[in-house]
Design a protein around this ligand. Sequence first.
Ligand code: ATP
Length: 467
Amino acid sequence: MDVEQQSPVTMEAIVALAKRRGFIYPGSDIYGGLANTWDFGPLGVEIKRNIKNAWWQYFVHRRADVVGLDGGILLHPKVWEASGHISEFFDPLIDCRNCRARYRADTLVEEKLGQPAEGLSTAELTTILHEANLACPVCGQRTWTDVRQFNLMFQTHLGPIEESGTEVYLRPETAQNIFVNYKNVTQTTRVKIPFGIAQIGKAFRNEITPGNFIFRVLELEQMEIEYFIRAADWDESFTHWLDEMAAFYKWVGLKQDRLRVREHEEDELSHYSMRTIDYEYKFPFGWKELSGLAYRTDFDLQRHQEYSGVDLTYFDQVNDERFVPHVIEPTMGVERLLLTLILDAYNEESVTDVNGKPYERTVLKLHPRIAPYKAAVLPLSRKPELTGKAMEIVRELRQYISVEYDETQSIGRRYRRQDEIGTPFCVTVDFETLEDDAVTVRDRDSMEQERVPISELTALLRGRLDQ
Ligand code: ATP
């Protein structure tokens, strides 16, 4: 079959597909939406679960040295003092006095003036932006405020009354749950250094976002590991985790040519990091961070030891040695990975069908591990003999894999719908099935069709899907 690739994917195409097919909807849609919030629909939630399951399987179940944790979103306010988030977790903001549009000052400098802005102070950013006399991208006026620092943590109050002393924060990163439970884990399990604690969970950041769909959201899900080591081993461990992250990306089908690593300059390192390398992805709006790997040293455990007064040293019985472990942290965002996987998988193709008829199709070539449905069962007509047989097959397959059943519209349209939502296999039940007890299996990517006896179908699909 002839396949002709069309032009590169745009964000507009992805946003439209996401809404049309029930992957991602604007948050609070019937109320006109709430800025930068998104809800994951029936297909989006499946992909999200598949990403999280793949991550957990790869980084926790497959390894002997990583255990899991599921900590709370609210933590003691002292945690954020100790972690440095109260004093350090700021973005520089600037407002247009005329239309009140608000921007991240560093983004304006980078994107509108084409200058690097990492590590610049508030005063330096103010000077650069005022001297450039930039027009506001919304209203065109040139009436800027000075740049101010703005803490990204969402604050709320514990208890019914908003009084001072009751403030708590929604966690801006999942890492701190791990540090505050580090002692619990070492005391209640058999972990020995080097070992890791993994967590997947929501984090909240009151970000000013430039609106690149789900690239930057206020409510994100992080998949993080804090890997506890001896200081002397940090370099080797860092390289190991960098490789593991790359291997994971390959495992979920991310295209390698849109992925690169970028080392942080010294002046852009977070307050806790001695070394950071980002994996960057080539988004339609440029190369941007997909995930990060940081050497957090013993910063967090030392600070929690100091602020809580609790001994967080590790005792190594073999060497009769006591020390505060150092930490390597691989961290990824679920939404950002989901966006890259969809962008990667999206293809518009001009193809010809089995009868030589040309047509256009949009196809999501998602890795089967990530695809929302692994197979669709499609009876050729709604005649009860066919639908009954098809439902039998669905019931059998559903014991092992997620399957969609669809009996509406023409078979061609149903194939196209499954292509758009990334279903790797379509199983068609036709009139011949009633005679030969076999079905047609269509491969999403090659569009090849083959006749398979029903008795062999489950094993064949499970084998090809590796499930
Ligand atoms: P950025 O520079 O893009 O703001 P960051 O360096 O602050 O990101 P980290 O604190 O290292 O990000 O967070 C780890 C990961 O969590 C990121 O690599 C990214 O995948 C994800 N992430 C962070 N902030 C957001 C957000 N607002 N929306 C979606 N994902 C996010």
